[in-house]
Design a binder for this molecule. Structure first.
Ligand SMILES: C[S@@+](CC[C@H](N)C(=O)[O-])C[C@H]1O[C@@H](n2cnc3c(N)ncnc32)[C@H](O)[C@@H]1O
Length: 381
Protein backbone atom coordinates (compact mmCIF):
# COMPACT_ATOMS: atom_id res chain seq x y z
CA UNK A 1 0.00 0.00 0.00
CA UNK A 2 1.41 3.41 -0.93
CA UNK A 3 1.84 6.21 1.65
CA UNK A 4 -1.18 8.09 0.28
CA UNK A 5 -3.37 4.99 0.29
CA UNK A 6 -2.35 4.37 3.88
CA UNK A 7 -3.26 7.96 4.78
CA UNK A 8 -6.66 7.45 3.15
CA UNK A 9 -7.19 4.22 5.10
CA UNK A 10 -6.23 5.89 8.40
CA UNK A 11 -8.43 8.92 7.70
CA UNK A 12 -11.42 6.63 7.08
CA UNK A 13 -10.62 4.84 10.34
CA UNK A 14 -10.71 8.21 12.10
CA UNK A 15 -14.00 9.10 10.39
CA UNK A 16 -15.61 5.91 11.74
CA UNK A 17 -14.28 6.66 15.21
CA UNK A 18 -15.84 10.14 15.16
CA UNK A 19 -19.07 9.24 13.34
CA UNK A 20 -21.13 8.34 16.47
CA UNK A 21 -20.16 11.70 18.01
CA UNK A 22 -20.84 14.07 15.10
CA UNK A 23 -24.18 15.25 16.48
CA UNK A 24 -23.49 14.72 20.17
CA UNK A 25 -20.04 15.53 21.47
CA UNK A 26 -18.64 19.09 21.55
CA UNK A 27 -15.35 17.52 22.73
CA UNK A 28 -14.51 15.88 19.38
CA UNK A 29 -11.24 17.84 18.95
CA UNK A 30 -9.94 16.00 22.03
CA UNK A 31 -10.91 12.68 20.41
CA UNK A 32 -8.93 13.75 17.34
CA UNK A 33 -5.95 14.72 19.53
CA UNK A 34 -6.10 11.37 21.36
CA UNK A 35 -6.23 9.49 18.04
CA UNK A 36 -3.21 11.41 16.73
CA UNK A 37 -1.30 10.65 19.94
CA UNK A 38 -2.20 6.94 19.75
CA UNK A 39 -0.92 6.80 16.17
CA UNK A 40 2.22 8.75 17.08
CA UNK A 41 1.61 10.92 14.04
CA UNK A 42 4.52 13.15 13.03
CA UNK A 43 3.97 16.90 12.67
CA UNK A 44 3.19 16.80 8.94
CA UNK A 45 0.71 13.94 9.36
CA UNK A 46 -0.88 15.75 12.29
CA UNK A 47 -1.46 18.76 10.09
CA UNK A 48 -2.90 16.54 7.34
CA UNK A 49 -5.41 14.68 9.55
CA UNK A 50 -6.37 17.84 11.41
CA UNK A 51 -7.10 19.65 8.15
CA UNK A 52 -9.06 16.70 6.75
CA UNK A 53 -11.10 16.35 9.94
CA UNK A 54 -11.86 20.06 10.27
CA UNK A 55 -12.87 20.11 6.60
CA UNK A 56 -15.14 17.14 7.22
CA UNK A 57 -16.81 18.99 10.12
CA UNK A 58 -17.17 22.11 7.94
CA UNK A 59 -19.00 20.22 5.18
CA UNK A 60 -20.64 17.47 7.24
CA UNK A 61 -24.09 17.48 5.53
CA UNK A 62 -22.34 16.94 2.18
CA UNK A 63 -20.51 13.82 3.34
CA UNK A 64 -22.17 12.19 6.32
CA UNK A 65 -24.28 9.77 4.27
CA UNK A 66 -21.79 9.47 1.39
CA UNK A 67 -19.79 6.39 0.38
CA UNK A 68 -16.13 6.33 1.53
CA UNK A 69 -14.96 7.26 -1.99
CA UNK A 70 -17.28 10.26 -2.20
CA UNK A 71 -16.45 11.37 1.35
CA UNK A 72 -12.70 11.29 0.72
CA UNK A 73 -13.07 13.04 -2.64
CA UNK A 74 -15.22 15.87 -1.24
CA UNK A 75 -13.05 16.38 1.82
CA UNK A 76 -9.92 16.46 -0.37
CA UNK A 77 -11.61 18.94 -2.70
CA UNK A 78 -12.46 21.37 0.13
CA UNK A 79 -9.33 20.95 2.27
CA UNK A 80 -6.87 23.82 2.35
CA UNK A 81 -3.72 23.20 0.33
CA UNK A 82 -0.44 23.17 2.25
CA UNK A 83 2.74 21.12 2.21
CA UNK A 84 1.01 18.63 4.50
CA UNK A 85 -2.15 18.21 2.39
CA UNK A 86 -0.99 18.76 -1.22
CA UNK A 87 -0.30 15.10 -2.10
CA UNK A 88 -3.59 13.93 -0.58
CA UNK A 89 -5.55 16.62 -2.42
CA UNK A 90 -3.82 15.82 -5.72
CA UNK A 91 -4.53 12.11 -5.30
CA UNK A 92 -8.22 12.32 -4.37
CA UNK A 93 -9.80 15.72 -5.08
CA UNK A 94 -9.99 15.08 -8.83
CA UNK A 95 -12.49 12.29 -8.18
CA UNK A 96 -14.94 14.91 -6.89
CA UNK A 97 -14.83 16.82 -10.18
CA UNK A 98 -17.42 14.62 -11.91
CA UNK A 99 -19.78 14.42 -8.92
CA UNK A 100 -22.97 16.48 -8.64
CA UNK A 101 -22.50 19.51 -6.39
CA UNK A 102 -24.17 19.03 -3.01
CA UNK A 103 -26.87 21.52 -2.10
CA UNK A 104 -27.54 20.89 1.61
CA UNK A 105 -26.98 23.94 3.81
CA UNK A 106 -23.77 24.00 5.79
CA UNK A 107 -25.51 25.78 8.66
CA UNK A 108 -27.87 24.00 11.05
CA UNK A 109 -31.64 24.02 10.42
CA UNK A 110 -32.51 26.07 13.54
CA UNK A 111 -30.24 28.97 12.57
CA UNK A 112 -32.91 31.46 11.44
CA UNK A 113 -34.70 31.27 14.79
CA UNK A 114 -31.57 32.29 16.64
CA UNK A 115 -29.66 34.78 14.52
CA UNK A 116 -30.17 37.32 11.78
CA UNK A 117 -28.21 35.35 9.21
CA UNK A 118 -27.81 37.72 6.26
CA UNK A 119 -25.42 36.83 3.45
CA UNK A 120 -22.44 38.56 5.11
CA UNK A 121 -22.95 36.67 8.37
CA UNK A 122 -23.51 33.41 6.51
CA UNK A 123 -20.44 33.65 4.30
CA UNK A 124 -18.21 34.74 7.18
CA UNK A 125 -19.45 31.89 9.36
CA UNK A 126 -18.57 29.44 6.59
CA UNK A 127 -15.06 30.77 6.04
CA UNK A 128 -12.00 30.13 8.18
CA UNK A 129 -10.99 32.66 10.82
CA UNK A 130 -7.51 34.18 10.56
CA UNK A 131 -4.88 33.90 13.27
CA UNK A 132 -4.72 36.95 15.55
CA UNK A 133 -2.24 37.75 18.28
CA UNK A 134 -2.23 40.48 20.91
CA UNK A 135 0.83 42.45 21.84
CA UNK A 136 0.92 42.32 25.64
CA UNK A 137 3.14 45.43 25.94
CA UNK A 138 3.26 48.94 24.53
CA UNK A 139 6.29 48.05 22.39
CA UNK A 140 5.81 46.33 19.02
CA UNK A 141 9.49 45.35 18.65
CA UNK A 142 8.97 41.70 19.61
CA UNK A 143 6.03 41.30 17.22
CA UNK A 144 8.00 42.79 14.31
CA UNK A 145 11.07 40.71 15.16
CA UNK A 146 9.25 37.36 15.56
CA UNK A 147 6.64 37.86 12.84
CA UNK A 148 7.89 40.12 10.02
CA UNK A 149 4.70 39.30 8.05
CA UNK A 150 2.34 40.42 10.85
CA UNK A 151 -0.21 43.10 9.88
CA UNK A 152 -1.57 45.46 12.54
CA UNK A 153 -5.34 45.83 12.79
CA UNK A 154 -6.77 49.16 11.63
CA UNK A 155 -9.41 49.00 14.35
CA UNK A 156 -7.97 47.51 17.54
CA UNK A 157 -4.68 48.66 19.06
CA UNK A 158 -2.16 45.87 19.70
CA UNK A 159 -4.00 43.31 17.52
CA UNK A 160 -1.95 41.75 14.70
CA UNK A 161 -2.99 39.33 11.98
CA UNK A 162 -0.64 36.46 11.12
CA UNK A 163 -0.56 34.08 8.16
CA UNK A 164 -2.72 31.06 9.01
CA UNK A 165 -0.04 28.44 9.70
CA UNK A 166 2.37 30.68 11.64
CA UNK A 167 3.95 28.90 14.60
CA UNK A 168 3.57 31.21 17.56
CA UNK A 169 4.52 29.00 20.52
CA UNK A 170 8.19 28.57 19.53
CA UNK A 171 8.95 32.30 19.41
CA UNK A 172 10.83 34.31 22.09
CA UNK A 173 8.01 36.88 22.21
CA UNK A 174 5.47 34.19 23.15
CA UNK A 175 7.81 32.51 25.63
CA UNK A 176 8.50 35.86 27.33
CA UNK A 177 4.80 36.71 27.60
CA UNK A 178 4.96 39.67 25.21
CA UNK A 179 2.64 37.98 22.71
CA UNK A 180 -0.63 36.16 23.35
CA UNK A 181 -2.85 34.38 20.86
CA UNK A 182 -6.29 36.01 21.10
CA UNK A 183 -8.96 36.44 18.47
CA UNK A 184 -9.42 40.10 17.53
CA UNK A 185 -13.13 39.95 18.37
CA UNK A 186 -12.27 38.84 21.89
CA UNK A 187 -9.71 41.66 22.08
CA UNK A 188 -12.35 44.15 20.91
CA UNK A 189 -14.80 43.51 23.75
CA UNK A 190 -13.02 45.52 26.44
CA UNK A 191 -12.69 48.38 23.93
CA UNK A 192 -16.51 48.58 23.85
CA UNK A 193 -16.63 49.96 27.39
CA UNK A 194 -16.90 53.75 27.64
CA UNK A 195 -13.80 53.77 29.89
CA UNK A 196 -11.80 51.37 32.04
CA UNK A 197 -12.35 52.68 35.56
CA UNK A 198 -9.75 52.11 38.25
CA UNK A 199 -10.78 50.08 41.29
CA UNK A 200 -11.61 46.44 41.97
CA UNK A 201 -12.46 44.27 38.98
CA UNK A 202 -13.85 40.74 39.17
CA UNK A 203 -13.30 38.56 36.12
CA UNK A 204 -15.90 36.02 37.26
CA UNK A 205 -15.44 33.41 34.51
CA UNK A 206 -11.77 34.01 33.81
CA UNK A 207 -10.84 30.60 32.37
CA UNK A 208 -7.12 30.60 31.60
CA UNK A 209 -7.18 34.39 31.55
CA UNK A 210 -7.21 35.55 27.92
CA UNK A 211 -9.19 38.68 28.81
CA UNK A 212 -7.74 38.98 32.33
CA UNK A 213 -4.25 39.53 30.91
CA UNK A 214 -5.53 42.00 28.36
CA UNK A 215 -7.40 43.88 31.05
CA UNK A 216 -4.30 44.00 33.25
CA UNK A 217 -2.34 45.47 30.36
CA UNK A 218 -5.03 48.06 29.60
CA UNK A 219 -5.18 49.03 33.29
CA UNK A 220 -1.41 49.01 33.80
CA UNK A 221 -1.25 52.81 33.81
CA UNK A 222 -3.67 52.81 36.78
CA UNK A 223 -1.82 51.55 39.86
CA UNK A 224 -5.04 51.97 41.88
CA UNK A 225 -6.67 48.99 40.14
CA UNK A 226 -6.71 45.29 40.95
CA UNK A 227 -8.19 42.31 39.15
CA UNK A 228 -9.55 39.24 40.91
CA UNK A 229 -9.81 36.30 38.51
CA UNK A 230 -12.25 33.54 39.38
CA UNK A 231 -13.32 30.32 37.68
CA UNK A 232 -14.76 27.00 38.82
CA UNK A 233 -11.89 25.12 37.15
CA UNK A 234 -8.77 25.09 39.35
CA UNK A 235 -6.66 23.89 36.36
CA UNK A 236 -7.67 26.97 34.36
CA UNK A 237 -6.69 29.25 37.24
CA UNK A 238 -3.30 27.49 37.53
CA UNK A 239 -2.71 28.13 33.84
CA UNK A 240 -3.76 31.75 34.35
CA UNK A 241 -1.19 32.05 37.17
CA UNK A 242 1.55 30.83 34.81
CA UNK A 243 0.52 33.25 32.08
CA UNK A 244 0.32 36.06 34.62
CA UNK A 245 3.88 35.37 35.77
CA UNK A 246 5.15 35.09 32.20
CA UNK A 247 3.63 38.49 31.41
CA UNK A 248 4.86 39.99 34.73
CA UNK A 249 1.39 41.23 35.69
CA UNK A 250 1.22 41.87 39.43
CA UNK A 251 -2.28 43.38 39.54
CA UNK A 252 -4.00 39.98 39.05
CA UNK A 253 -4.87 37.52 41.80
CA UNK A 254 -6.79 34.25 41.36
CA UNK A 255 -9.40 32.69 43.62
CA UNK A 256 -11.92 29.86 43.70
CA UNK A 257 -14.09 31.89 46.11
CA UNK A 258 -14.40 35.59 45.38
CA UNK A 259 -15.43 37.75 48.31
CA UNK A 260 -16.41 41.39 48.75
CA UNK A 261 -17.81 43.80 46.19
CA UNK A 262 -16.37 45.17 42.97
CA UNK A 263 -16.46 48.27 40.80
CA UNK A 264 -16.73 46.17 37.63
CA UNK A 265 -17.76 42.53 37.28
CA UNK A 266 -17.13 40.73 33.98
CA UNK A 267 -19.21 37.64 33.31
CA UNK A 268 -17.64 36.02 30.25
CA UNK A 269 -20.16 33.23 30.43
CA UNK A 270 -19.89 29.64 29.24
CA UNK A 271 -22.01 29.38 26.07
CA UNK A 272 -22.69 27.21 23.03
CA UNK A 273 -19.77 28.85 21.21
CA UNK A 274 -21.87 29.48 18.11
CA UNK A 275 -19.70 32.52 17.40
CA UNK A 276 -16.67 30.26 17.02
CA UNK A 277 -17.84 28.01 14.18
CA UNK A 278 -15.12 29.36 11.89
CA UNK A 279 -12.54 27.71 14.18
CA UNK A 280 -14.69 25.00 15.75
CA UNK A 281 -16.99 23.85 12.91
CA UNK A 282 -17.99 20.64 14.74
CA UNK A 283 -20.06 22.83 17.13
CA UNK A 284 -22.46 23.58 14.25
CA UNK A 285 -23.73 20.01 14.55
CA UNK A 286 -23.65 19.50 18.33
CA UNK A 287 -25.49 22.75 19.15
CA UNK A 288 -29.30 22.54 19.04
CA UNK A 289 -32.32 24.26 20.65
CA UNK A 290 -31.92 22.14 23.80
CA UNK A 291 -28.24 22.93 24.32
CA UNK A 292 -28.98 26.62 23.64
CA UNK A 293 -31.76 26.58 26.27
CA UNK A 294 -29.48 24.91 28.83
CA UNK A 295 -26.73 27.44 28.15
CA UNK A 296 -29.19 30.33 28.60
CA UNK A 297 -30.39 28.94 31.93
CA UNK A 298 -26.82 28.73 33.21
CA UNK A 299 -26.01 32.22 31.93
CA UNK A 300 -29.01 33.66 33.81
CA UNK A 301 -27.91 31.93 37.01
CA UNK A 302 -24.37 33.29 36.65
CA UNK A 303 -25.64 36.82 36.06
CA UNK A 304 -27.92 36.53 39.10
CA UNK A 305 -25.05 35.28 41.26
CA UNK A 306 -22.29 37.64 40.17
CA UNK A 307 -24.49 40.74 39.92
CA UNK A 308 -24.67 40.59 43.72
CA UNK A 309 -20.97 41.44 43.79
CA UNK A 310 -21.39 44.76 41.92
CA UNK A 311 -21.06 47.87 44.13
CA UNK A 312 -23.78 50.54 43.84
CA UNK A 313 -22.73 52.67 40.86
CA UNK A 314 -20.58 49.80 39.58
CA UNK A 315 -20.83 47.96 36.27
CA UNK A 316 -21.84 44.46 35.22
CA UNK A 317 -20.51 43.36 31.83
CA UNK A 318 -22.00 40.26 30.19
CA UNK A 319 -20.05 38.59 27.36
CA UNK A 320 -20.52 35.49 25.24
CA UNK A 321 -18.90 33.99 22.16
CA UNK A 322 -22.35 32.99 20.95
CA UNK A 323 -24.46 34.56 18.22
CA UNK A 324 -27.72 33.03 19.50
CA UNK A 325 -30.41 35.49 20.59
CA UNK A 326 -31.57 33.14 23.36
CA UNK A 327 -28.14 33.34 25.00
CA UNK A 328 -27.62 37.02 24.34
CA UNK A 329 -30.43 39.56 24.02
CA UNK A 330 -32.97 37.30 25.78
CA UNK A 331 -30.72 36.62 28.78
CA UNK A 332 -29.93 40.33 29.10
CA UNK A 333 -33.58 41.47 28.79
CA UNK A 334 -34.72 38.85 31.27
CA UNK A 335 -31.98 39.90 33.71
CA UNK A 336 -32.90 43.59 33.48
CA UNK A 337 -36.58 42.77 34.02
CA UNK A 338 -35.82 40.79 37.14
CA UNK A 339 -33.20 43.23 38.48
CA UNK A 340 -34.57 46.80 38.28
CA UNK A 341 -31.47 48.07 40.15
CA UNK A 342 -29.51 47.56 36.91
CA UNK A 343 -29.82 49.82 33.87
CA UNK A 344 -28.21 49.71 30.41
CA UNK A 345 -24.81 51.39 30.20
CA UNK A 346 -24.08 52.91 26.75
CA UNK A 347 -21.08 51.31 25.03
CA UNK A 348 -19.00 51.99 21.89
CA UNK A 349 -18.95 49.90 18.76
CA UNK A 350 -15.33 48.71 18.45
CA UNK A 351 -15.21 49.07 14.65
CA UNK A 352 -17.24 52.21 13.98
CA UNK A 353 -16.76 53.88 17.40
CA UNK A 354 -20.50 54.74 17.29
CA UNK A 355 -22.12 55.03 20.71
CA UNK A 356 -24.63 52.23 21.31
CA UNK A 357 -27.13 53.75 23.74
CA UNK A 358 -28.91 50.44 24.43
CA UNK A 359 -25.70 49.13 25.94
CA UNK A 360 -25.42 45.89 23.99
CA UNK A 361 -24.21 44.70 20.61
CA UNK A 362 -23.43 41.62 18.60
CA UNK A 363 -20.01 41.65 16.99
CA UNK A 364 -20.55 39.72 13.77
CA UNK A 365 -17.59 37.78 12.34
CA UNK A 366 -17.39 39.83 9.13
CA UNK A 367 -16.92 43.12 10.98
CA UNK A 368 -13.35 42.54 12.19
CA UNK A 369 -12.73 39.16 10.48
CA UNK A 370 -13.06 37.50 13.85
CA UNK A 371 -15.17 35.04 15.78
CA UNK A 372 -18.63 36.30 16.73
CA UNK A 373 -19.36 37.80 20.18
CA UNK A 374 -22.01 39.54 22.23
CA UNK A 375 -21.43 42.24 24.83
CA UNK A 376 -23.91 43.93 27.19
CA UNK A 377 -23.01 46.48 29.85
CA UNK A 378 -25.22 47.47 32.78
CA UNK A 379 -24.83 49.90 35.65
CA UNK A 380 -26.10 49.28 39.17
CA UNK A 381 -27.97 52.32 40.38
C1 LIG B 1 -16.06 31.59 27.80
S1 LIG B 1 -15.09 30.80 28.99
C2 LIG B 1 -14.09 32.09 29.63
C3 LIG B 1 -13.00 32.55 28.71
C4 LIG B 1 -12.02 33.53 29.35
N1 LIG B 1 -12.69 34.62 30.01
C5 LIG B 1 -11.03 34.07 28.33
O1 LIG B 1 -11.08 35.27 28.01
O2 LIG B 1 -10.19 33.29 27.88
C6 LIG B 1 -16.21 30.51 30.29
C7 LIG B 1 -15.60 30.06 31.60
O3 LIG B 1 -16.65 29.99 32.57
C8 LIG B 1 -16.25 29.03 33.50
N2 LIG B 1 -17.41 28.66 34.34
C9 LIG B 1 -18.35 27.73 34.12
N3 LIG B 1 -19.23 27.70 35.15
C10 LIG B 1 -18.83 28.65 36.03
C11 LIG B 1 -19.31 29.10 37.30
N4 LIG B 1 -20.39 28.54 37.86
N5 LIG B 1 -18.64 30.09 37.92
C12 LIG B 1 -17.53 30.64 37.36
N6 LIG B 1 -17.02 30.24 36.17
C13 LIG B 1 -17.67 29.27 35.52
C14 LIG B 1 -15.68 27.91 32.66
O4 LIG B 1 -14.84 27.08 33.42
C15 LIG B 1 -14.93 28.70 31.58
O5 LIG B 1 -13.58 28.84 31.89
Amino acid sequence: MSRIENQRRLFLELVELLRPHWHRDPGQPQRLADWLARHRAGSRDRRLYRELTYTLWRILPWVEDASPDTLVARVAQHAQRSKATADFIDAYAMEAAGMASPTASLLPPWIDEELACDSRVESSLLSRAPLWIRQQSGDATAVKRDFPQAEPSRHIDNAWRLPMDTRVFDTPGYRNGVIEIQDIGSQALLHCLPELPAGRWLDACAGAGGKTLQLAQLLSYRPDSEIVAHDVRPAALRELEQRRKRAGMTSISTTLEPTGSFDVVLVDAPCTGSGTWRRAPHLKWTTNPNSIRRAAEKQSLLLDRFSQRVKPGGWLVYLTCSLCRSENESVRTDFLTRHPAFQPLPINHPRTQAVVEDGYLTLNPWELDSDGYFVAAMRRI
